[in-house]
Design a protein around this ligand. Sequence first.
Ligand SMILES: [Zn+2]
Length: 240
Amino acid sequence: MVRLRRSMDFASQHPALLKYGAGKLGTQVAEIYQQLGLAWEFLGLQCLHWDGFAKAANGTETCKICGKVKSQGDAWLLLPKNGRKIVGRRLLPTSKKTFSSEEKARLLVDSIEFHGAKLKVEVQNAYRKSLFGKKRDITIAADRMVRLSEGDIECRFDTHTMQLRLLERGPRNRLPFGAFPWELSRKQLKKFPIILEYDHQGRFLGLTLFRQQPRARSRQVSRTNGRPENRQAAATGSPI
Ligand SMILES: [Zn+2]
């Protein structure tokens, strides 16, 4: 690490650079400096800042070994090629407050493509959203939403539901019809409500499973589908 920094100092003080980087050699030295900087960044990711942070005169704290500024996040991730890979931690909504905008309520939006499977995680606190102008505000519930896509099948988890969906079988603007499996009794369906979904041609679209909650379900609208009332209405209107 120290040798790397010395090399960077050496490159940065190269006479070819002092003439404002003009000329071929100047460009080459500047490029080497950039590459050393990148190497430094990746080496720094391995640093666990064992020796602690030193406070500079302007109040910023930097690692004594790698020079990382304490409050700044890393721009890269370093993952082992073999073995368990961990990115982030399990984040849940942090506040019971309802925020005034989506931006203020948002805690995490991140995604990864892993050997062809796509995974997206969104975590948010509750916020107000105006649907039709300012007159009709609705509250979007605090939620942790996980979406996994494998080929043309998508699996979504949020606080209240689990959905399995076959993707894009025609225009998405049409709401799916929904029905409960008729062989199950109401008593059983109350314990694990499952709704099967199909389109106007009767093709299977997916299913929704309402997850058991320790307390009563709130009446807030979940952001992932945003239309539970419609689906409920469709479900109760069909033979059970
Ligand atoms: Zn460090």
